[in-house]
Write a protein that binds this ligand. Sequence first.
Ligand code: SF4
Ligand code: SF4
Length: 372
Amino acid sequence: MFTKKLGFGLMRLPLNDPADRHSVNMEELKRMVDTFLDKGFNYFDTAYVYANSEDSIKEALVKRHPRERYKLATKMPLLNLKEPGDQERIFNEQVARTGLDYFDAYLLHNIGVQNYKIAQQFGCFDFIKQKKKEGVIRQIGFSHHDSAELLDEILNAHPETDFVQLQINYLDWDNKSIQSGKCYEVAQKHHKPVIVMEPVKGGTLANVPEKAALLFKNHHPELSAAAWAIRYAASLDGVTGVLSGMSNMEQMLDNTGFMQDFKPLTDDERAVIANAISTIKESIAIPCTGCNYCVKDCPKNIAIPNFFALYNNVKLQPPLPFYIEGLYYSRFTETHSKASDCIKCKRCERACPQYLGIVNYLKDVTQIFEKK
Ligand code: SF4
Ligand code: SF4
């Protein structure tokens, strides 16, 4: 589906007013779409729940370029399904919003424990299979934000899936909660092509700490930090494309520049990234090693190391109105207690070989993930 290994993610469109996610700067978006196509790229990724995204891409792309020049993917918002008939209604809305008579790729959006239940309850996999049969969807898949174990379960139950969309970047590769690496391995085991989302972690890996930035600059003065992150994801076997949520022309020119003639990472470059990871992790807020010793005696079944891993990720990012980690946090609270449920018995602290002040750290976690 991808002519080149970079896709245009349409979640963070250029805006006229940065405080208003609906104020899409259409002229800038049109220029970006044209540039993207002119440079030989073709894949666009939108979703029902991205503010004004499906309508905007109709104006900037669908109405202005021949159908054979591009591929467009969109997604079914599982959380919006409340009653039978909702799927058909939403799908028809998406057809109207985008102005397309078929989607090149269609995903069940944001699968995790809870959303998988919704997908089962509403027969969503059958729904998209049927649409594929009718020719209004060409390839079916789902975006996954949960454990490798659940991904394995879903792919066993739904071998008809054409591809999976995974959050993969070099910082989340070993993250205990996000499990980029483990999820990638599951997809490989099932021989499913992978489309990568969040290769730059919502912009975090475009603005790495100074020491890591220097490592990159010393090796390739001309490359941005984002280039390293996107090339890392694109270099993995089985990855057909990497989505980058480009929000302005500067990002568009940067990303398309190094991806136009994509070259996988060399061994030397991999070593540079390994060093950068160590450097970035030095600025980690909670030095939890993920050993799990604290978990087994916790009377409240709190996912302590998982919460800390998510918290650490948030702390590496600039202040944002929304953190993807919040999604993972909600997922964990479906099967575990919340950080705020801690009764301060300190059994965990007695078990922790790093002598961490877990109870206080859980208060910090609560502040970030449970504030309304
Ligand atoms: S202090 Fe809180 S987190 Fe630690 S074991 Fe007790 S309830 Fe669990
Ligand atoms: S025992 Fe300490 S270091 Fe190990 S997972 Fe728990 S908090 Fe982290």
